[in-house]
Design a protein around this ligand. Structure first.
Ligand SMILES: *Cc1c(COP(=O)(O)O)cnc(C)c1O
Length: 366
């Protein structure tokens, strides 16, 4: 359906209709994904209006109206993105590598037979909404504005085929610093029964279905006292894939390994950024398959130095303990590794405009 994007004019105007009553960002704890602002960006595709995106607008926050027969509610035709906006020390607004998120949204759409949102529309929608809500972008250390672009199939039809109408919307909300209580390593259960994706599935697409598939194992791990699961391949449960909803990095000796983008791995923007920064530091990095056996042998040999996850929410999340049926394995001394700390701090400094952006990663919101 990608060709239909051509039916959307690249300079499509975004109408702005402001709420009569505008709220201030609440003070106190924000948490993550709980507080939203006064406005939402919305655009529609298909249906009576024919192919192409139309009616792009920023309007007061409202419920979505759709048929109870809408495809997304039955067959999960939906995709999303997650990125953040920051306020620099001088009040300027930034997003981090938004073009990569826009491009990934197009690829996710293709995998789920949904129409592409032109990258330029995606980028303007995010800019426009964040600018309207700029007063809500927090300035507290580590806090940011989380941005959630989403597309859902809205056609009221129960036949199984790609829907003919869609809504693309963006919501934003302020979030607290991920590490309010310090950069603490987490305990992770190595999952060897269930899987979230499989070869040929939707692992490379950012879609709700993969998340629905992950909940059972994650809940079971929490009951066992672990924060999340480390996913292994669906067939043999030998190869390491992702950690929770983050990309996985393992540091063994002088090599840093992350699983290759083989279709099961979500191509993370943070993953790509961390790979770039590691290479610039002269660290030997490999995008290659890594097994549980290799990890355990490295731990036995004393060469397992760090395990961490990467993703927009946490940036870098160190893993202190890996849980197996036969007991826990502590990663090195169980404390955050040297690279985990350095990479976290470096990415955050770039995102907040505290160090020069030499790579074209920081987008200034007009
Ligand atoms: C979004 C996501 C990531 C991290 O991607 P970023 O672009 O770095 O935020 C990793 N794994 C999964 C499954 C994801 O959905």
């Amino acid at each position: 359906m990608t060709e239909n994007a051509a039916q959307t004019p690249s300079d499509m105007p975004i109408e702005v209709r402001l709420a009569d009553e505008r709220h201030a960002c609440p003070s106190g704890k924000l948490g993550f994904g709980k507080v939203f602002t006064d406005h939402v960006f919305v655009a529609e595709y298909g249906g009576e209006g024919g192919p192409g995106w139309r009616d792009a607008r920023v309007v007061p926050w409202r419920e979505l109206h759709m048929s109870p027969a809408a495809s997304v509610l039955h067959y999960a035709q939906s995709i999303f993105e997650g990125l953040k906006a920051f306020k620099g020390d001088d009040g300027a607004l930034f997003t981090f590598r938004p073009e990569m998120h826009a491009a990934r949204f197009v690829r996710s759409a293709e995998r789920l037979c949904m129409p592409a949102v032109p990258e330029e529309l995606f980028l303007r929608a995010v800019d426009k909404l964040v600018r309207v809500e700029e007063a809500w972008v927090p300035t507290a250390p580590g806090a940011s504005m989380y941005i959630r672009p989403t597309m859902v199939a809205t056609e009221g039809f129960l036949g199984v085929r790609p829907a003919q109408s869609y809504t693309f919307f963006v919501i934003v909300g302020p979030v607290d610093a991920y590490y309010a209580e310090g950069f603490a390593p987490v305990k992770i259960w190595v999952e060897r029964e269930m899987c979230r994706v499989a070869v040929g599935g939707m692992g490379a697409a950012k879609t709700g279905g993969n998340y629905a598939a992950s909940l059972y194992a994650a809940e079971r791990a929490k009951k066992r006292g672990y924060a999340q699961v480390l996913w292994t391949d669906a067939k043999e449960h030998r190869f390491l894939e992702e950690v929770g909803t983050m990309n996985l990095f393992v540091r063994i000796g002088d090599e840093v390994v992350t699983p290759p983008l083989d279709g099961n791995i979500l191509p993370g923007v943070t993953r790509d950024s961390v790979l770039t920064l590691l290479r610039e530091r002269g660290v030997r990095v490999s995008e290659r398959a890594i097994t549980i056996d290799e990890l355990r042998q490295a731990a036995d040999a004393g060469t397992l130095r760090e395990v961490f996850g990467t993703g927009t929410a946490a940036v870098v999340s160190p893993v202190g303990v890996l849980g197996f049926e036969d007991g826990d394995l502590t990663v090195a001394d169980g404390k955050p590794g040297e690279l985990s700390v350095a990479l976290h701090d470096e990415v955050v400094a770039i995102q907040r405009g505290r160090v020069a952006d030499t790579r074209g990663w920081v987008h200034a919101i007009p």
